[in-house]
Unconditional design. Structure first.
Length: 165
């Protein structure tokens, strides 16, 4: 991997995924398929969705191929161990693809599932936004369940306030 735009993004992306994994690890096994509202993603659906969409949509589109996203259902991975393995395996496959991209590849246009033509760099930045959005849903779901979660960047908002002038 080089030292340019692509390498910098993938370093950032690994940090985004690490923070997501920390909160995913907080999901109690007996609450994996819990949802806050009928018809909405369960916590497990969110994890499967993040795994599948990274690999089968964003990574495929980044290498100029069509999406092959298959959804987020339990048929993809059922139970905590299987869901975590799916999450890790799809990420590893994605990173293998991403690490093969050059800075020049980042400037090429790919076609999104919605038919938009955008640069690979913009597409992958949208992947990060997408992940962060769903990570927030996991945090919210765990908050509703009163499951303790780690602070995102090391301090809670209360700790930041206490240390502020």
């Amino acid at each position: 991997m080089g030292t340019g735009q692509a390498a910098a993004f993938f370093d950032y992306w690994e940090k985004v995924r690490f923070r997501t994994r920390r909160v995913v690890d907080c999901i109690p096994p007996d609450r994996l398929e819990w949802t806050w509202q009928e018809g909405k993603f369960t916590l497990g659906d969110l994890v499967r969705h993040l795994a599948g969409i990274e690999r089968d949509m964003y990574a495929e589109n980044a290498r100029l191929r069509p999406s092959r996203y298959r959804g987020h259902g339990r048929e993809l991975a059922d139970g905590r161990d299987a869901v975590l393995a799916y999450f890790e395996n799809k990420h590893a496959e994605s990173m293998e693809i991403f690490r093969g991209l050059s800075d020049a590849d980042f400037e090429v246009h790919c076609v999104t599932p919605g038919g938009a033509s955008i640069t690979v760099s913009k597409w992958l930045r949208l992947m990060a936004e997408h992940e962060i959005h769903h990570r927030g849903q996991i945090y919210m779901g765990l908050g509703i369940l009163r499951v303790p979660t780690p602070p995102l960047y090391g301090l809670t908002s209360e700790e930041v306030r206490e240390r502020s002038v």
